[in-house]
Ligand binder design. Structure first.
Ligand SMILES: NC(=O)c1ccc[n+]([C@@H]2O[C@H](COP(=O)([O-])OP(=O)(O)OC[C@H]3O[C@@H](n4cnc5c(N)ncnc54)[C@H](O)[C@@H]3O)[C@@H](O)[C@H]2O)c1
Length: 349
């Protein structure tokens, strides 16, 4: 019998008592797959190479996969991120070592787009304020006229990024009769046109949008892309939403703009520092709605990410090319092709 195909799960998939952090991540298809052996790693961050020496595949939650995580024995074939952000993964190191990096856009597309809609509706509908007024009883009810919401028909939604999530956001909001604009230097122009989205320059987006939402990856290019100068271009009635990554906004500048009411409010699923310092002044503001980088966390989100990762790992086990590989160059190498042929020979194609 051939040696098993060994799959590691990063240690942060388990609580200290050994129970799963996300019970909706169904591991049964992996456990039941012929020829597969699965094990949790110790919760070490970043992952150490020696932890991964005996594994063919890694399913990775939030721990870092760094240069030091690559074992020189070359056994690891695939890192399957549980989600789509891969700023925790050294992609260059993966590519150099012939490791394919897979992400799960199918799992998070709808849940994250829904979380942007949730923040947009809560902000413009003044949901949090109205919740507080109600809890105050009669004095709160007496002040309800002071908190008019903002209707959305004809208002402009601007997305920084029109990829997997940004496009889904526009799809979901079609019946809202809003104007759609987006800034994305790498946009699929045909898709934007199909969705009725006007592609605009970055400054133009900040000037025109009633809601500015961020759905681009964190990279050196997008770090502090939302800065004091760009926030100053926003309408005083406009809202800012970030569900992508905290360091895309300059939080000091954002806090100042919000404190001085130079913009109407913000919805933040992500912060520059997570978790934030409890004394961070942004936490004191009543025109911000926060979520702890978890607004998209639903049963369906985790089931979807898990199913996508398990499929990718089992594809590699059977020598099939996984979908949604970030570093596609790996798939074109002779070493990868040889490896896939070996897997097909061992486990069936
Ligand atoms: N809050 C959460 O829990 C959560 C969950 C999933 C993803 N995310 C974040 O959302 C981001 C977007 O996810 P996605 O699946 O839509 O990714 P994606 O790669 O499909 O889309 C990102 C889009 O951003 C564009 N882009 C790149 N650089 C840009 C720039 N400088 N300015 C404007 N646009 C730029 C890309 O061209 C692409 O179209 C991820 O990178 C991740 O960080 C957050």
């Amino acid at each position: 019998m051939s040696a098993p195909f060994r799959v590691a799960l990063s240690g942060d998939f388990r609580k200290a008592d050994g129970s799963p952090v996300f019970p909706d991540f169904d591991l049964a298809p992996l456990k039941q797959a012929p020829g597969v052996e699965m094990a949790y790693l110790d919760p070490v961050n970043p992952l150490r190479a020696d932890q991964l020496a005996d594994f063919d595949a890694l399913i990775l939650l939030a721990h870092r996969f760094a240069k030091e995580s690559v074992h020189p024995n070359g056994r690891l074939a695939v890192v399957a991120r549980f989600g789509v952000g891969y700023d925790t993964v050294d992609v260059e190191a993966c590519t150099k070592a012939g490791i394919a990096l897979v992400i799960t856009p199918d799992g998070i597309r709808r849940p994250v787009a829904v979380s942007i809609v949730t923040l947009m509706l809560a902000l413009t509908g003044k949901l949090m304020v109205k919740d507080r007024l109600t809890r105050e009883g009669p004095p709160g009810f007496a002040r309800k006229g002071e908190h008019m919401g903002v209707g959305l028909v004809g208002r402009t939604l601007g997305s920084i990024g029109i990829g997997n999530i940004g496009a889904e956001l526009f799809r979901l909001l079609k019946p809202f009769d809003m104007k759609f604009i987006a800034h994305d230097p790498y946009a699929d122009r045909k898709l934007a046109a199909e969705l009725g989205v006007e592609l605009v320059g970055l400054e133009d987006l900040f000037r025109r949008a009633d809601i500015v939402s961020v759905s681009c990856p964190l990279s050196p290019e997008t770090h502090h892309l939302v800065n004091a100068e760009r926030l100053a271009l926003m309408k005083p009635t406009a809202y800012f939403i970030n569900t992508a990554r905290g360091p895309i906004h300059d939080q000091k500048a954002l806090t100042k703009a919000l404190q001085e009411r130079r913009i109407a409010g913000a919805g933040l699923d992500v912060l520059e520092q997570e978790p934030p310092d409890p004394n961070d002044p942004i936490l004191k503001l009543d025109n911000v709605i926060f979520a702890p980088h978890a607004l998209c966390w639903t049963d369906q989100c985790f089931a979807g990410n898990g199913a996508a990762d398990v499929k990718a790992v089992l594809d590699v086990q059977h020598g099939r090319e996984p979908r949604l590989v970030v570093n596609k160059a790996v798939l074109a190498t002779e070493a990868w092709k040889k490896r896939m042929a070996e897997f097909r020979a061992r486990f069936g194609g």
